[in-house]
Every structure is written in structure tokens, then in C-alpha cells.
Ligand binder design. Structure first.
Ligand code: MG
Length: 292
């Protein structure tokens, strides 16, 4: 559908100049005067470092703005939600306020037993963590959470939960959730931290009773065939629309005790934490992912 430009143009996509001048994709160009001069004057630079196939860069002697316009392939159309909280047309909805069909108990894979009411889901601490039925590689995640009014406790024992961006048999990668509005704790464990790896860039917490959002880009780690790490996991995250993690490279699964480490895994579920502290349970709503 979107062929290269005519051979004389040497542009690897169907460029604006060729479109304007009516040349066919991959066909012989109908050269006009100035264009012919331009093409004759092109210089082909062959990189000496190219190991096999020569990498060619064409530099026009008299470049025009259209030389660097790319007209295809066109990005596919995604219809955004009515609001930024609503799922775009290509999202997988993980919780829409109705049920937990997309979730199971992390403890025994039975149906998730957190409490759904009035369009939100509230943590049921005795029933433990819940995780998605599906597994994911790279994705964009939207999730909203609310610390209850009147929350009690201090430091980590105050509204603690968490989004484990991938949960594996040897642990997960936690984006911390807790009440960080006027609640001091170690900074690499406060809300929006990558637990015990990266403090958030800023504290964008809202007060208890107000809904908060995380928008996250998760790039899963990759592993070589021998199980060694090829590329680490990366996280970019916004808390209430504010950048809090900027493409940080994770050091491994997040741990409460000890240091992070990697162990090879593939696509993995997303997990929501039922933390064992005595404070009142938090709630979630509007959870969706876009597979990248
Ligand atoms: Mg937590």
C-alpha cells in the first residue's frame, strides 16, 4: 500500500515530492527540470561502518521542506474515550465498574473476591491479592485509586496497596500505592515509587477521599535463551497527570527485603496488592490497558 518512491528519488517511503509530482511508487519518475537537477546533485553517503548491507543516506544539494515529510504508512485510527479516564477503542477493559470477570485470586486462581459496589472495587484484604486472567507484554495502563477518608496508620501502614506491573513466580515489579498526602515514609517506598528502586520525581498525591490516577507505560524485560537479561524493564508513569517516573530501567523484581534481581519470564499478569496493614482498604475504578 505504501511503496517506496521511484528509484531515482531513493526515498525509502512514498515522499511528498513524489506524491506532488505524480510519480508512482517504485515506478519510473517523471522528472521535472528542478527536480532533475536536484537528483543529479544528490550525494550518496555509504557508511563505512555498515557491516553487510550498505546503509545509504541521500543528501539533496538543495533540500526542500517536502524532502523530510513522511506521508505513510499512516498511524491507525484509535478513537479516544469520552474522557481521559474512559478506555480508547483499542483498550482491553479490566474493570468497568460492573464485575471482576477479568481478575482472579492470586492465591488460588479462584474468582476474585474483592468487593464491587457502586461502580468501584474495594480491596478485600483477607482474600489477598488479585491478578488479571490475561498475561501481558508491553502495555499502556490506566488505573484509578482512592484512599478512604479518615484513613489511619503511619508510613507504610496507611492505605498501602500497589500495582505489580508484571507478576512472576519469583516476584513482581511494584508501582507503589499508598497514602502519601502528609504521610512520611522512605521516599523510594512512597506512592508512585518503583518500590525500593526509584522514588517518584515529585509527590503528586491527592488527599484521601479524592480519586487519583496512574497512567503507565510498561516495557517488559527481555531475556536471552540462556535466561540472562537482554534488556531491562522500563517504566514511565504519570500520577494525576504529573510525570513521576521517566523511562526508568528497573533493576529486577521489587523486594521488601534484599536487592532486586531478574529471573527470565514471558508475558505476565498484572496484580493488585492487598497489603496486610490494618488501615482501611482502598478502592479502584476505570482500569484498562492498551497492548503495545
Ligand atoms: Mg504496596
Amino acid at each position: 500500500m505504501h511503496g517506496k518512491c521511484a528509484a531515482s528519488c531513493r526515498t525509502p517511503y512514498y515522499c511528498a515530492s513524489c506524491a506532488r509530482d505524480g510519480r508512482k511508487r517504485g515506478g519510473r519518475p517523471r522528472l521535472k527540470g528542478n527536480l532533475r537537477i536536484n537528483l543529479i546533485a544528490t550525494v550518496v553517503v555509504i557508511s563505512a561502518a555498515a557491516p553487510l548491507a550498505a546503509q545509504q543516506t541521500t543528501v539533496a544539494a538543495h533540500p526542500k521542506p517536502a524532502d523530510t515529510e513522511v506521508w505513510g504508512p499512516e498511524p491507525r485510527i484509535v478513537t479516544p474515550g469520552a474522557s481521559d479516564a474512559a478506555p480508547p477503542s483499542d483498550a482491553i477493559v479490566l474493570f468497568d465498574g460492573k464485575n471482576l470477570d477479568q481478575w482472579i485470586s492470586a492465591r488460588d486462581s479462584s474468582a476474585a473476591k474483592w468487593i464491587v459496589a457502586n461502580g468501584i472495587v474495594t480491596v478485600n484484604k483477607p482474600s489477598g491479592d488479585i491478578q488479571t486472567r490475561r498475561s501481558f507484554g508491553n502495555y499502556q495502563l490506566h488505573i484509578e485509586w482512592r484512599i478512604p477518608v479518615g484513613i489511619t496508620g503511619t508510613s507504610q501502614d496507611r492505605g498501602n496497596s500497589g500495582v505489580f506491573l508484571a507478576i512472576t513466580p519469583v516476584g513482581g515489579y511494584e508501582l507503589q500505592i499508598m497514602d502519601s498526602y502528609n504521610n512520611k515514609t522512605y521516599v523510594n517506598g512512597q506512592a508512585a515509587s518503583i518500590y525500593k528502586q526509584y522514588a517518584p520525581l515529585v509527590n503528586a498525591a491527592r488527599k484521601p477521599g479524592e480519586w487519583q490516577t496512574y497512567d503507565v507505560v510498561w516495557t517488559a524485560p527481555t531475556f536471552r535463551s540462556d535466561g540472562s537479561l537482554a534488556t531491562p524493564a522500563y517504566v514511565t508513569a504519570f500520577h494525576n497527570g504529573v510525570l513521576v517516573q521517566n523511562h526508568v530501567a528497573l533493576k529486577g523484581v521489587t523486594k521488601n527485603t534484599g536487592y532486586p534481581e531478574y529471573k527470565a519470564h514471558g508475558p505476565a499478569p498484572i496484580l493488585l496488592q492487598a497489603h496486610g496493614d490494618k488501615s482501611a482498604p482502598i478502592s479502584f475504578r476505570n482500569i484498562w490497558v492498551r497492548v503495545l
